[in-house]
Write a protein that binds this ligand. Sequence first.
Ligand code: 3PG
Length: 213
Amino acid sequence: MTPQDASQICAEVCALAPVVPVLVVKDVAHARPLAEALVAGGLPALEVTLRTPVALDVIREMAKVEGGVVGAGTLLTPEDVIAAKAAGAKFGVSPGATDRLLDACEAHDMPLLAGTSTASDVMKLLERGYTVAKFFPAEANGGVPALKAIGAPLPQMKFCPTGGISLKNARDYLSLSNTLCVGGSWVAPADLVEKGDWKAIEELAREAAALPR
Ligand code: 3PG
């Protein structure tokens, strides 16, 4: 897959809803109802982080949920890419970008939202042909003013900022011309997942899905 094709697919994923839930799921039994609640609330694109031992099984389960588009987050190595693809991930997300990871994603047809935090990171991805990236960790990197400032000389790159974003500040990011959507874990808080309060999560998703952009 070329970087151009990868960015096209990532742009389509980002267009699905204003928010991509970032999910850390510890129990496979939570996968289906959690994905169903988020999709029902209007958030079809889901990022399952590869940060728990069951993450690949969670992706496999969530991939069965109708209307969902499940991606794998925290892709760090070529092995992660291969395993995520085999589990059914339709896109990948990484905190940063290395040539090794980008090579693997291109070789294995995994559209990647690669992490950037500086103008140089963005320039490297643009040189390679990517036009969609993650901005991470968004708030710690200077938040909306930083992303806006990066967009001035580099308007070709569009972003999914992630890290420290909530319902409170999501609107400000979404109003930027270089922001397609935001990523965030606030729509699936650990306590609600543990309790299995899928109705509450569906409500959080609905609120997030209604954010203007
Ligand atoms: C993460 O690192 O887990 C993601 O960037 C999500 O960050 P958040 O919990 O601040 O939304």
